[in-house]
Write a protein that binds this ligand. Structure first.
Ligand SMILES: NC(=O)C1=CN([C@@H]2O[C@H](COP(=O)(O)OP(=O)(O)OC[C@H]3O[C@@H](n4cnc5c(N)ncnc54)[C@H](OP(=O)(O)O)[C@@H]3O)[C@@H](O)[C@H]2O)[C@@H](O)CC1
Ligand SMILES: Nc1ncnc2c1ncn2[C@@H]1O[C@H](COP(=O)(O)OP(=O)(O)OP(=O)(O)O)[C@@H](O)[C@H]1O
Ligand SMILES: [Mg+2]
Length: 368
């Protein structure tokens, strides 16, 4: 057992592909061990820095050309499930960011009272006022209404390239039950799902909803990550071995992709860990994570298209489209935040950052 523990520690420690380590990895597998077998007791190892992603090359490779033969919808149809009485900004930020980056259509499925507000922010968004919170329905109606809500989203499901579940969703128990059903349907239809905000609150408490789904992406902030680690790994966040713990977390959830937001964004799919550390903004105004979730949804969809079209001749690494989507989304948000801060300094707000998404992408990957 002690041999297994020390070998597992080595597995946690590094992503190096040296021959010695490869042999150790082989031994660990042969012994039936794994990184996640008892992560919480084996966190004494030296932290190694994750490899910085080659974000600009990835952005250039996956962003589609503006080809006149393409029709509306081919550059992406995104749906945000979020928006309730308290929060109307978050779903708007996620959905409008998807459009500003280059998606063709962006839908929002929100509660009835959030819908007119979100529509009033922008005529560009397609807003479906279909979600219901407990306060607006009687106990006897719950089953019927839940069926209606889920059927309404399902009508559209096959058309979406990616769902973003959670920005401004709130935590009403009835609403979250309906959203659980929507997640199950998306999974059945193989639609990628980015989970953020209250969507993460939901899946942290019902991890089976996403467990083992390779097209799920979790984008936790500091609080959301802490809750995930406590619930899934049953221990506290360990910043001495941030990389190893992130790998463990992803593996324990069956290899879902996780983007841990922070000073550097750390991204894993349970196989590799990449970081995006390019300078962003020192302003921590609310809503930047919402921009990120909408951006990841678009880039993930584009990465899938790119990989399909490349037919085995993929020139970038890594090759997992969910990881590529996270790297591209994180890099673009950070670049836009840095440009916005250059101009607005302390008054920089999320809306200002959104205005720089287009220019940031243009700098890396010109339209013509
Ligand atoms: N302009 C907008 O519309 C924006 C809206 N936003 C939206 O806000 C939502 C929450 O996201 P956030 O980022 O505030 O969550 P986070 O950092 O975990 O919590 C901070 C602290 O608050 C508490 N807490 C939170 N929600 C709670 C609830 N419903 N009921 C009770 N407690 C709650 C939480 O407590 P805890 O859960 O840890 O007990 C923690 O201590 C999410 O939908 C997001 O998309 C943001 O995107 C920003 C822009
Ligand atoms: N300390 C930091 N330094 C630089 N960038 C950061 C820092 N913390 C977060 N970020 C960046 O801001 C983005 C949003 O992360 P944040 O932790 O603010 O998300 P959030 O709390 O979910 O935001 P939201 O207010 O939208 O819910 C991330 O992509 C990350 O790159
Ligand atoms: Mg957030």
């Amino acid at each position: 057992m002690s041999q297994l523990t020390s070998l597992s520690s080595a597995r946690n420690c590094t992503l190096s592909s040296s021959a010695v380590l490869r042999r150790q990895h082989f031994l660990i597998r042969s012994l039936g061990g794994g990184v996640h077998s008892n992560f919480c007791t084996q966190n004494r190892m030296q932290e190694t820095k994750p490899l910085e992603a080659d974000a600009e090359n990835i952005l250039r490779a996956i962003t589609p050309t503006l080809d006149p033969t393409r029709h509306k919808g081919q550059a992406g149809k995104i749906a945000v499930i979020g928006g309730c009485r308290e929060y109307t900004g978050a779903p708007y930020f996620a959905a409008i960011s998807a459009l500003k980056i280059g998606a063709d259509l962006s839908h929002v499925f929100c509660t009835k009272d959030a819908a007119p507000v979100i529509k009033s922010y922008s005529p560009e968004l397609i807003v479906h006022p279909i979600l219901e919170e407990s306060y607006s329905i009687g106990d006897g109606d719950k089953k019927y209404i839940s069926g209606k809500v889920v059927a309404e989203v399902d009508k559209w499901m096959e058309r979406f390239d990616c769902l973003v579940v959670g920005p401004g969703l709130g935590r009403d128990p009835f609403l979250l039950d309906c959203v659980s059903e929507i997640i199950k349907q998306a999974r059945q239809s193989n639609v990628p799902i980015v989970l953020d905000g209250d969507g993460l609150f939901l899946v942290t408490n019902s991890i089976d909803l996403v467990s083992g789904y390779p097209l799920a992406v979790l984008t936790p902030n500091v609080n959301e990550y802490k809750r995930l680690v406590q619930k899934v790994l049953n221990c506290e966040v360990n910043d001495q071995d941030a990389q190893g713990q992130l790998l463990s977390l992803s593996r324990r959830i069956g290899g879902v992709t996780i983007l841990r937001k922070g000073k550097s964004d750390l991204i894993t799919d349970g196989e590799i860990v990449k970081s995006v550390s390019i300078y962003g903004s020192p302003r921590r105004c609310g809503g930047q994570g919402d921009i990120l979730s909408g951006s990841v949804a678009v880039f993930l969809s584009w990465a899938r298209q790119y990989i399909l079209a490349a037919e085995g001749n993929v020139t970038i690494r890594p090759t997992n489209p969910t990881v590529l989507g996270c790297i591209a989304g994180s890099a673009l948000l950070r670049k836009a935040a840095s440009l916005a801060f250059e101009n607005r300094k302390r008054s920089t707000l999320t809306g200002d950052i959104i205005e720089y998404l287009g220019r940031s992408l243009e700098d890396i990957c010109p339209a013509y």
